[in-house]
Design a binder for this molecule. Structure first.
Ligand SMILES: [Mg+2]
Length: 171
């Protein structure tokens, strides 16, 4: 049960993830969260650092799709800027949007990674279906009250995972 909440990889930020890390595992596609994973919660558009991070994966033939619980306008403008597909109002951790994501990517569950900053939506959703899951530390602490509440639950889960030796805090 606890394993459903445990990411396969836990890192400080997306910038600690190199294309080779995933290519070596046979990963061909990434379902990536938007808010507090790719950019801080309130950021309006991708900056140069994000664009060059993204291009590194693109060059290795690893495709990306943004899957976000946020609304259409916000998700669309980011996805368009990076010229990648997106799914908005995804209702993660429900399975539907993840399955739609691999359809858009043209990949399968076994060769797709899920990256996100929330255990209860991104990681739980990805693990339920058997994706390779990557948890990042949220980029900013500015969030909706609901998310802030969920963070408290997540902290308890993270501490339990660490105590059981299933997870290591990122350096
Ligand atoms: Mg997020």
């Amino acid at each position: 049960m606890l394993k459903l909440f445990c990411p396969d990889m836990y890192i400080q930020s997306i910038y600690f993830l190199k294309p080779e890390d995933l290519a070596n595992r046979g990963i061909k596609g990434i379902i990536v969260d938007l808010d507090n994973t790719l950019v801080p919660w309130n950021a309006e558009e991708p900056d140069n650092k994000l664009i060059s991070w993204f291009k590194g994966f693109d060059k290795r033939g690893i495709k990306m799709c943004i899957v976000s619980n946020n609304k259409k306008n916000r998700v669309k403008s980011f996805a368009n800027e990076l010229s990648i597909p997106f799914i908005h109002k995804a209702v993660k951790p429900r399975k539907k949007a993840f399955l739609k994501g691999i359809k858009l990517l043209g990949t399968e569950i076994f060769n797709t990674a899920v990256i996100g900053d929330q255990i209860l939506t991104d990681i739980l959703g990805g693990n339920r279906l058997g994706f390779y899951t990557v948890l990042v530390i949220p980029m900013s602490s500015k969030e909706l009250w609901w998310t802030r509440l969920m963070r408290k639950v997540e902290r308890v889960i993270i501490n339990m995972l660490i105590k059981k030796g299933l997870l290591k805090k990122p350096l």
